[in-house]
Design a protein around this ligand. Sequence first.
Ligand SMILES: [Zn+2]
Length: 141
Amino acid sequence: MTSPELELTHCIEFSSAHRLHDPALTDAENAKLYGPCNNLNGHGHTYRLEVTVRGCVPRSGMIIDLNVLRVIMHEEVFDHVDHKHLDKDVAFLAGRISTAENLALAFWERLAPPIEKRGGGQLVRVRVYEGSDSFVDCFGV
Ligand SMILES: [Zn+2]
């Protein structure tokens, strides 16, 4: 008998600095577009990453082993971004303007292959909170 599909979510938090700045624009255009987020020396946020995996419940009772999911999230995201400057220190974000939208896309690209390879469920959502009151959902790339 096959179980219905369930969704399992694991959450981590990290703190990072960044600056919203498009090198294709002038300084004045950047200041107008991004406002205080364009501050020359950057600014910081506490981010929250929620990763949701969907699947049927096998005999083990686990869609994906939470320890495996936690290790993947740390290896692919946390270890690269926590207490780092997203625009200066994080190679996989090079060339992207470090909005929450672009973080969600980049995190999906890093998380989907190892979850598929080492997990059992399917990655269905990457949610990135920038601060506590707004977030972005990515459902695939
Ligand atoms: Zn910001």
